[in-house]
Design a protein around this ligand. Structure first.
Ligand code: ADP
Ligand code: MG
Length: 253
């Protein structure tokens, strides 16, 4: 997508669980070359919104468009295949495989094959292409020096970068990150922020759910604030920081 093009268009989405309205009339957009933060107190509906966009949950109302096409009724796999990639809050990797093998395996499963054993049935050329792509994405996130390291030996910050490399395989236009800074040390957060900025500058559209306000304020171009399932406000980091509504939502005053 061209810089500034709307990549994700969330239109008045809604999700109810029985009588509970978890997400109520939420609308926002993300653009190419932009990091959008989705923040709000616990229970605000951030994860549910994330799951609605990625097709993990079905919409109770509203619509979601990705690059101008409706994706609201599609399965999680179909949405991923169109170019929406996500990381999960907990890193899933095989501790005794190398970093490169983990990313290649993840890319392969993402490609819809569905079983680890299927990787063993790849022909030589398919396997080579898969490993080449994994290596390219690991280099992109600054993990080029760790390709043959055993994944179980990685520090937490490096594990998160491995996750991001895996999500980048197959060149998504939209990357959704679920609390990528959780449990990271200060230096690791800085390295993560730098990687996300670089991806953004290369034209990636990024939607970031994150509790670490330092990182959010530092790297987001635009922030959407949710409270009790509703859209509380949105604006620049400066707008959000000076908002009395946001302060009240967090402090409960
Ligand atoms: P956040 O990620 O902002 O902390 P969530 O999206 O996880 O918030 O949750 C929003 C609300 O929806 C909460 O009240 C939560 O308890 C509820 N909720 C989330 N998922 C489910 C579910 N699968 N079934 C019932 N209620 C849920
Ligand atoms: Mg959550």
């Amino acid at each position: 997508p061209a810089a500034g093009e709307v990549v994700l268009d969330v239109q008045a989405i809604r999700k109810t669980f029985g009588g509970l309205v978890a997400v109520n009339d939420i609308s926002f957009q993300t653009r190419a070359g932009q990091i959008v933060g989705l923040i709000g107190p616990n229970g605000a509906g951030k994860s549910t919104t994330f799951n609605l966009v990625t097709g993990v949950l079905s919409l109770s109302g509203g619509a979601v468009q990705f690059r101008g096409q409706p994706i609201g009724g599609l399965s999680a796999r179909q949405i991923a295949e169109r170019g929406v990639s996500r990381t999960f809050q907990h890193v899933k990797m095989v501790a005794d495989m190398t970093v490169l093998e983990n990313v290649a395996l993840g890319a392969h499963l993402r490609g819809g094959k569905g079983a680890v054993s299927a990787m063993l049935r790849l022909d030589r050329n398919e396997e080579r292409a898969l490993f080449k792509e994994a290596e390219r994405q690991l280099q992109r996130v600054g993990m080029g020096a760790y390709l043959h390291e055993t994944a179980g030996n990685l520090a937490m910050g490096q594990q998160r970068l491995l996750e991001i490399a895996r999500a980048l395989c197959a060149d998504p236009a939209l990357l959704l990150l679920d609390e990528p800074a959780a449990g990271l040390r200060h230096k690791e957060k800085e390295a993560l922020g730098q990687v996300l900025r670089t991806l953004r500058d290369e034209g990636m559209s990024i939607l970031l759910v994150e509790h670490d306000m330092g990182l959010v304020m530092d790297i987001c171009d635009h922030i959407v604030v949710m409270e009790f399932g509703t859209h509380l406000m949105e604006g620049s980091p400066a707008d959000v920081q000076r908002s009395d509504k946001v302060r009240a939502a967090y402090l409960g005053t």
